[in-house]
Ligand binder design. Structure first.
Ligand code: NAP
Length: 254
């Protein structure tokens, strides 16, 4: 593995990060870029924010491409991968991060809402992994990392659809790791606890206090702390770790 400036480990590699305009995805894109990877910064609606992420990476001397695509759709996933391949010719690191929350009782969850959650979390991971695997297998190297959630491990009341989608990502990870291990491709999940991003903007007041009380380290996590785990799993030193779920959660779920 070639080392780049200051010993960075991903020079010459290309990372595709879904949902990289904000929050955890943005922090992941920036962290992988600091390791020397060229980064595809996917977003759904936040064009200005995604372009700013790409611009910041380029200003720091890296390579980046912002690509609008709804990864909940087949056409969106295909167009996203096609643009990444056109621009950079390869994808070595796929980070399935894009996601949406839904706080509703199961009895109030519509079929459309259920399908939307499954599409953005599960179908996108399936489609993009399938699209990336061919060229990874040819090079006998690849890293697929999916950002799941502690709710995929423990489940959460009022978030059955979200928990099911996040648990599905974990099953997907464990199974795919076994299929593609012989090709030098690792597949892992990162399952964060509550992280200070837009997704948790509604966590305030008594609900926030109760959550912090339940959290051994007594605070929310940061997007950078999740990105550090993804960066480790995406790096060349993590080649013996596959089919695992690593959960930066402040001790809430052990
Ligand atoms: P966030 O701040 O709300 O950002 C969500 C990102 O996903 C945005 O970049 C958004 O793009 C993108 N996105 C949403 N739907 C998309 C779609 N259909 N196609 C393409 N991009 C889409 O969320 P976050 O907190 O960073 O969460 C990132 C991931 O971590 C999610 O999978 C989430 O479930 C998981 N997670 C988060 C937490 C937490 O506490 N925050 C905890 C556990 C797991 P636009 O900006 O264009 O809308």
């Amino acid at each position: 593995m070639r080392k780049g400036r200051n010993g960075v480990t991903m020079v010459g590699q290309v990372a595709l990060v879904t949902g990289a305009s904000r929050g955890i995805g943005r922090a992941v894109a920036e962290a992988l870029s600091r390791e020397g990877a060229a980064v595809v910064v996917n977003y759904r609606r936040s064009a200005e924010a995604a372009l700013a992420v790409a611009q910041k990476i380029e200003q720091a001397g890296g390579a980046a491409l912002a690509v609008q695509a709804d990864v909940g759709t087949v056409a969106g996933c295909e167009a996203l991968m096609a643009k990444a391949m056109d621009q950079f010719g390869r994808v070595d690191i796929l980070v399935n991060n894009a996601g949406d929350a839904l706080e509703k009782l199961l009895v109030d969850t519509s079929v459309d809402e259920w399908d939307r959650l499954m599409a953005v979390h599960m179908r996108s991971a399936y489609l993009l992994s399938r699209l990336a695997l061919g060229s990874m297998a040819e090079r006998r190297y690849g890293r697929i990392i999916t950002v799941s959630s502690i709710w995929g491990i423990s489940g959460a009341s009022n978030e059955v659809a979200y928990s099911a989608a996040k648990a599905g990502q974990i099953g997907f990870t464990k199974a795919l790791a076994q299929e593609v291990g012989p090709w030098g491709i690792t597949v892992n999940a990162v399952a964060p606890g509550a992280i200070a991003t837009d997704m948790n903007a509604g966590l305030t007041g008594d609900a926030l206090a109760a959550w912090l009380d339940r959290t051994p380290v007594g605070r929310l996590g940061t997007a950078a702390e999740v990105a550090a785990v993804v960066r480790f799993l995406a790096g060349p030193g993590a080649g013996f770790i596959t089919g695992q779920v690593i959960s930066p959660n402040g001790g809430v779920v052990t």
